[in-house]
Ligand binder design. Sequence first.
Ligand SMILES: [Zn+2]
Length: 212
Amino acid sequence: MKKARSKIHQSDQGNDVAHGPQRTCVGCRKSLDQDQLVRYVLSPQGEVVVDYRKKLPGRGVYTCFDLECVETAVKRGQFCRSLRGGEGPSANDLWRVLHDQAYCKALDLIGMARKAGQVVSGTRQVLSELQAGKEFGVLVRAADLSVDIAEKVDKAARRSAVPCFALFSKELLGGLLGKSERGVVALKYGSLAVAIMNELERLNKFAGEFNG
Ligand SMILES: [Zn+2]
């Protein structure tokens, strides 16, 4: 036998792409940046709980933000096994918690962005700034905008290559910004916009699943 086979190629470029610690999803088994995964721990009562902000103490397990991965992990008893205890949680319950957490975090972050002066809001204002070539990190347009205005906003976003999400109501967006109603909220380019987009992408996975 030749020795050629014993020479296994190490991935030597791995460090260039890794930003934070890598963790393995107990559903699909992929190893990913911890920031992209959801953490779960065992509560003092011995239940599996979502540790969305990754702050709770103790042993943790991770999954992708993906119903399929959560279901696979539940089916294989990965939560109980890896956390050494805990009632087997239902995938749907966990999924609902993940929805609520992503929802709250998105709203929190938009509120933070407003305080940091990173927000431009109002349909007319945002459209005219887009027209003037202003760059934004991400747009949120209310899901209850009228069809023609929604089309106008979507089109302008596409033209400027800004990701645009149809989420929340005009009233909710307005409330976040201390106004009565807001149809469009634009986030200035930056790390807050990136964090907000991450949550909005997560929320998009629930489209049509839950109301409110
Ligand atoms: Zn996964």
